[in-house]
Design a protein around this ligand. Structure first.
Ligand code: B1M
Length: 210
């Protein structure tokens, strides 16, 4: 793969205008959009996370990076779909209550849309009752929960429990994901599945169609 150090550095600096130009240039010179996302942009967000953790970067700078990443993802969006269409079911997706991270969730939403699902994205900081209202409203068959903080993982459990108590559990498959989440946590809270990244989340959702 080509050297995309400049893209990495620009994203870390949160220079959105420059990032868009560089991403466009890379695409124009034949870079693969999926590789650009998974091997350049997402690892740059990991660097931001490491610097945030070590105190080298502060929230306003992290937000600039997140904004730049969001714009780059929007640019890549039309190029990333797998082009398959299906009579897929309806998906309700959101980041659980207390958690404001949305970049990964947006990627999952985007991959599912491009796989033919009708996705209702509730956004971030979504309480269990709002997931339940949306499942009823949309007559959804898949619920996708994202969490990026260890402190909001219990809210995933609470959301699964609330769905069970609402009587809707039989109607939906529940998929969970996000950096601190793993398969054993998914099993523990009674979710149907766990996906490590947006592509696998979309594949998992498709596997429930049959
Ligand atoms: Co936050 N933050 N943050 N942050 N932040 C992390 C998550 C952290 C790991 C950074 C660190 O310390 N190293 C850390 C969490 C530690 C922990 O709990 N273990 C952390 C912290 C501590 C915090 C605050 C508490 C900081 C503070 O205020 N002191 C605070 C909490 C706010 C809140 O949510 N209540 C906070 C705030 C923020 C910002 C608002 C500044 C900003 C978010 C902006 C936004 O999302 N619009 C932010 C950011 C940007 C990050 C990092 C740097 C990057 C996250 C990201 O977008 N990654 C992050 C460090 C890191 O992740 N390396 C960090 C890129 C994205 C594509 O990956 O979201 O993991 P990710 O999604 C992946 C997979 O996880 C998966 O698919 C995607 C890839 O394809 N996936 C799913 C995600 N959801 C899925 C759902 C699925 C399936 C797969 O099925 C449904």
């Amino acid at each position: 793969m080509e050297d995309h150090t400049q893209i990495t550095e620009t994203l870390i600096q949160g220079d959105d205008e420059k990032l868009i130009i560089l991403v466009q240039e890379a695409l124009d010179s034949g870079a693969n959009p999926g590789k650009l996302l998974n091997h350049v942009l997402i690892p740059a967000m990991d660097v931001i996370g490491e610097r945030m953790e070590s105190g080298e970067m502060f929230i306003p700078e992290v937000l600039m990076g997140a904004r730049a990443m969001g714009l780059a993802v929007e640019m890549l969006k039309p190029l990333l779909g797998d082009g398959e269409s299906s009579s897929a079911g309806k998906v309700i997706i959101g980041t659980v209550k207390g958690d404001l991270h949305d970049i990964g969730k947006n990627l999952v939403s985007m991959m599912m849309e491009s796989a033919g699902f009708e996705v209702t994205d509730l956004g971030v900081d979504i309480a269990p009752e709002n997931f339940i209202a949306a499942i009823k409203d949309q007559n959804a068959t898949i619920v996708a929960l994202s969490a990026l903080l260890t402190t909001t993982m219990p809210m995933m459990k609470a959301t699964v429990e609330a769905i069970c108590e609402s009587g809707l559990r039989e109607q939906v498959k529940i998929i969970v994901g996000g950096a601190p989440v793993n398969q054993s946590f998914a099993d523990e809270i009674g979710a149907d599945g766990y996906a490590a990244d947006a592509g696998s989340a979309s594949k998992l959702a498709k596997s429930y169609l049959n």
